[in-house]
Design a protein around this ligand. Structure first.
Ligand code: NAI
Length: 256
């Protein structure tokens, strides 16, 4: 099998679960050395071990809170030292909390922006200068269709994801002609724990059944189905290929 990302080092935040896990596997399948970052040490360790075994190449893990600049700085330094320069960064770590706007607490609002938006800023600034110096780099931000349009009861989440899209567009202009691209992928509702928890949360708060809420989410999904994490992963891998140098500052919507 061809391994077009062989010799490349990729970091995937939130890389051991849901969409991130599928992305880590796809990048490893394409030959990259993958470093997974996230908050759950035991899970990260187990996942990185399984990845290394399946694809017969090194995989490392780092326990990082992307919302804390210091944690990001320390771990990217360690990651660089262990696996070398970072060629690919997938900013995937994210959280979602729902509430009507007037019931959104200051804490929930801040958490959403700190993880989903500040996290992208903190991680990206760790990798960009060396990428520009070497003339190659790929940054892929897992935004959301909630970065392009509104959804009810998730104003903070929507604001954070619109922020990611704005950051991507502005940064892409700064990077033009430098061999480094930055793009957003905007999944619609995707079959992961995050979606399962959101549905359960809305059901609990509204007193409706899981099935009824699931049907409502499906209606909002436009295509009438949920996306699978692997559908996102394959497009991340594609954006990271050397020959995709001409795609910069774009939003790729994947919603079935
Ligand atoms: P998930 O809940 O299955 O995985 C999220 C990952 O992010 C977990 O590994 C978690 O540990 C990690 N994470 C959360 N906060 C973190 C922090 N402060 N520091 C480091 N790691 C942290 O969620 P899923 O669905 O795989 O989501 C991945 C990304 O895709 C998120 O950015 C999410 O907003 C986005 N997305 C998800 C959609 C869905 O329907 N599942 C739809 C559109 C976008």
């Amino acid at each position: 099998m061809s391994k077009p990302l062989s010799g490349k080092h990729a970091v995937v935040t939130g890389g051991a679960r849901g969409i991130g896990a599928a992305v880590s596997r796809e990048l490893a399948r394409l030959g990259a050395t993958v470093s997974v970052m996230g908050r759950e040490r035991a899970r990260l360790e187990q996942f990185a071990g399984a990845l290394a075994e399946e694809f017969k190449q090194p995989a490392a893990f780092f326990e990082v809170d992307v919302a804390r600049a210091k944690s990001v700085e320390e771990n990217f330094r360690a990651c660089h030292k262990q696996n070398g320069s970072i060629d690919i960064l997938v900013n995937n770590a994210g959280i979602s909390e729902s509430a009507p706007f007037l019931k959104t607490s200051t804490e929930s609002w801040s958490r959403m922006l700190e993880v989903n938006l500040n996290g992208v800023f903190y991680c990206t600034r760790q990798v960009l200068a060396p990428m520009v110096e070497r003339g190659f780099g790929r940054v892929v931000n897992i935004a959301s269709t909630a970065g392009l349009r509104g959804y009810r009861y998730v104003a903070a989440y929507c604001a954070s994801k619109h922020g990611v899209i704005g950051l991507t567009r502005a940064l892409a202009l700064e990077l033009t002609g430098k061999g480094v691209t930055v793009n957003s992928i905007c999944p619609g509702f995707t079959n992961t724990d995050l979606l399962k928890n959101s549905i359960a949360n809305v059901a609990a708060k509204s007193g409706r059944s899981i099935e009824a809420v699931r049907a409502e989410f499906l209606k909002d999904s436009r295509s009438g189905r949920f996306v699978e994490p692997e559908e996102i992963a394959i497009k991340v891998g594609w954006l990271c290929l050397t020959e995709q140098a001409g795609i910069n500052g774009q939003e790729l919507v994947i919603e079935g």
